[in-house]
Design a protein around this ligand. Structure first.
Ligand SMILES: Nc1ncnc2c1ncn2[C@@H]1O[C@H](COP(=O)(O)OP(=O)(O)O)[C@@H](O)[C@H]1O
Ligand SMILES: [Mg+2]
Length: 230
C-alpha cells in the first residue's frame, strides 16, 4: 500500500471534489423538496455514497506527502478529525461518537498520519454501517473510542453497538473481497489488516450478534518502533 506522492495528491483532489459535489447535491435537494421522494435521486445519492466510501477505503485521505512520513501522532487528535469527517452521517443516524481516554493521555504513536486515518476511517465506516443495519428502535446507538496504556503499549478499543458478526463471519471478515453486506466490496478490513501489519499493530476482534463489535488495536512499545521504523 505504499503510495507515491502523485497518488496521495490525486486522492486528495478526488476527495475534495466529491465533498464539493456532495455539498451541491445537498443544496439542490434542500431547494427542491420533491427530490427527497424521487427514487432515482435517492438511488443516485446512495450510489454516490458508496463511491465516496470506496475512495476513502482505498486511497489515502490526506493532503500532504508529508503526512505519509513517520512521525509521532496524537491519537486523540486523529480521532477528533475522523469524528468531524463523519459528523454528517453520525448526526443523520443519531449515532453518538465518544472518545474516552484513561489515563487522560496524550497518546502518541509513531507512524504515518495518513495510514492511521485510512485505517480508522475504514473501521468507523464499518461501525456506522453495522449500526444502520440494525433493525428496530436501537437505544442510543454509539461508537466509542477508548484509549488506555498496558505495560508500555497503547491499547485502542473501537466499539460499536451495531448488528455484530457470527463466529463464522468473524473468521473471514479480514479477507480481501469478503463482505456480508449487500453493497459491500470487502476491501476495508483487508486494508486495515495490511496497514496494521506494516505498523506492527496487533488487532483483535470481538463481536456478538445484535450486541455489537469491538476492535482492539495494540500499538508496539515505543522502543520497538524506534529501532524498527516501517
Ligand atoms: N463493526 C462491524 N460490525 C459488524 N460487521 C462488521 C463490522 N466490521 C466489519 N464487519 C463485517 O465484515 C465484512 C467485511 O468488512 P470490509 O472488509 O470493510 O468490507 P465491506 O465493508 O465492504 O463489506 C462486512 O461486510 C461486515 O459484514
Ligand atoms: Mg468496510
Amino acid at each position: 500500500m505504499n503510495q507515491p506522492y502523485e497518488l496521495t495528491t490525486f486522492s486528495h483532489e478526488i476527495n475534495n471534489s466529491l465533498t464539493l459535489i456532495y455539498g451541491q447535491l445537498q443544496y439542490i435537494e434542500n431547494t427542491k423538496e420533491e427530490l427527497k421522494k424521487d427514487k432515482h435521486w435517492k438511488q443516485m445519492k446512495e450510489d454516490f455514497s458508496s463511491l465516496f466510501d470506496l475512495i476513502r477505503q482505498v486511497l489515502t485521505p490526506s493532503a500532504h506527502a508529508a503526512s505519509a512520513a513517520m512521525e509521532p501522532q496524537d491519537l486523540i487528535g486523529i480521532f477528533r478529525e475522523v469524528r468531524s469527517s463523519w459528523a454528517y452521517r453520525l448526526n443523520r443516524e443519531n449515532i453518538g461518537f465518544y472518545i474516552q481516554a484513561n489515563p487522560p493521555g496524550p497518546y502518541y504513536v509513531y507512524g504515518s498520519r495518513s495510514k492511521l486515518l485510512q485505517m480508522f476511517h475504514n473501521l468507523i465506516s464499518n461501525g456506522v454501517k453495522a449500526i444502520e443495519q440494525k433493525k428496530g428502535p436501537a437505544k442510543s446507538p454509539n461508537i466509542t473510542i477508548h484509549l488506555s496504556q498496558e505495560q508500555g503499549h497503547i491499547v485502542l478499543n473501537i466499539s460499536d453497538t451495531g448488528i455484530g458478526m457470527t463466529k463464522e463471519q468473524q473468521t473471514r471478515a479480514f479477507y480481501r473481497g469478503v463482505s456480508f453486506l449487500p453493497k459491500g466490496n470487502g476491501i476495508g478490513l483487508s486494508v486495515v489488516h495490511e496497514i496494521a501489519q506494516e505498523m506492527h499493530i496487533k488487532i483483535h476482534m470481538d463481536s456478538a450478534i445484535n450486541q455489537g463489535t469491538t476492535f482492539t488495536l495494540v500499538f508496539p512499545a515505543r522502543e520497538h518502533t524506534k529501532q524498527r521504523p516501517v
